[in-house]
Design a protein around this ligand. Structure first.
Ligand SMILES: Nc1ncnc2c1ncn2[C@@H]1O[C@H](COP(=O)(O)OP(=O)(O)OP(=O)(O)O)[C@@H](O)[C@H]1O
Length: 282
């Protein structure tokens, strides 16, 4: 295939502070049964304002990685650094959108109340500013009219928009998205992908987007970090050199899109066969 740029794990092209730095992170689950080494050694960085996708085979540790980044779980080795500070609990400047929107929204609260809820815990946000943030976020995701409705009155795609609005209203510096569109239909998924790109452009937020969908990772990302199968290491960090203006029809029919998608696909196939960089051989 045509040459593609890859980044050495953990090395960004330019200097400066990283928004997010994952350094030698490993996670071994130790419970009542045998220890499970889920993640062996992950090192990569995300610059402020970047949109980076993470892909890997099923069960490779994507959720484990996100839980450690979100401060919901401690890595066994290594560390996660957010804006220069080691993550030791859910960090202030971060918001997470999960796959299961049905379970992440409270059915007894209206859409507005769901979006407002995390803001009530954020220091220094007055009630009037909260109202403004909720209104702006709902308008940004095209749900300005739905504030008084309840989540169960909305379609799955609309519920996921509410979850995105809730994250956006929080004004995070870093937005983590864990397979957020896995449960919606293909048409809605395409609309939500474009919504993420447009919010990212407008808000200048740093986005880490985990997906098992190779096409989605190439369409959305400025980079795609490919993970090996578990125990997980970074297989490759691919720069997606597609134009910044992306469109579901034209971008996806560009020859370069096809090349990048084929490359990522081949690496994932290698990962499924157990390939990992020689340096990481135990
Ligand atoms: N609490 C746990 N105890 C023991 N092993 C676990 C636990 N949670 C996850 N694992 C194991 O760690 C590995 C990574 O799991 P994880 O859910 O992070 O992967 P994933 O890439 O998100 O999976 P999927 O693609 O299916 O969403 C798997 O082998 C899984 O069985």
């Amino acid at each position: 295939m045509t040459a593609h740029t890859t980044l050495e794990p953990g090395r960004a092209e330019s200097g400066g502070t990283y928004a997010l730095d994952v350094v030698g992170m490993g996670k071994t689950y130790t419970g009542s049964g045998a220890a499970v080494e889920a993640v062996r050694d992950l090192t990569f960085s995300v610059r402020p304002g970047e949109l980076v996708c993470i892909v890997g085979p099923s069960g490779c540790g994507k959720t484990t990685l996100l839980r450690c980044i979100a401060g919901l779980m401690e890595p066994s080795v290594g560390e996660v650094v957010l804006e220069g500070r080691r993550v030791a609990g859910p960090p202030e400047g971060m918001a997470v959108v999960f796959q299961e929107y049905g379970r992440s929204l409270f059915p007894w609260l209206t859409v507005r109340q769901n979006v407002e809820l995390p803001l009530k815990d954020k220091l220094g946000v007055s009630a009037s500013r909260r109202r403004e943030l909720v209104t702006e976020a709902l308008e940004a995701v095209g749900l300005g009219h739905a504030g008084r409705q309840y989540p169960w009155q909305l379609s799955g795609g609309m519920q996921q928009r509410v979850a995105i609005a809730r994250a956006v209203a929080y004004e995070p510096h870093v937005l983590l998205m864990d397979e957020p569109f896995a449960a919606v239909d293909a048409q809605t998924r395409a609309d939500l992908e474009d919504l993420v790109r447009s919010l990212w452009h407008r808000l200048g937020v740093t986005v880490l987007f985990v997906t098992h969908d190779i096409d989605e990772s190439v369409y959305l990302g400025q980079r795609v970090v490919i993970l090996s199968s578990s125990p997980t290491v970074v297989l490759e960090d691919v720069v997606i050199d597609l134009p910044d203006e992306r469109d579901q029809l034209t971008t996806r029919s560009e020859p370069r899109f096809a090349e990048l998608r084929t490359h990522v696909y081949e690496r994932i196939q290698e990962a499924k066969r157990g390939h990992r960089p020689a340096v990481h051989q135990p």
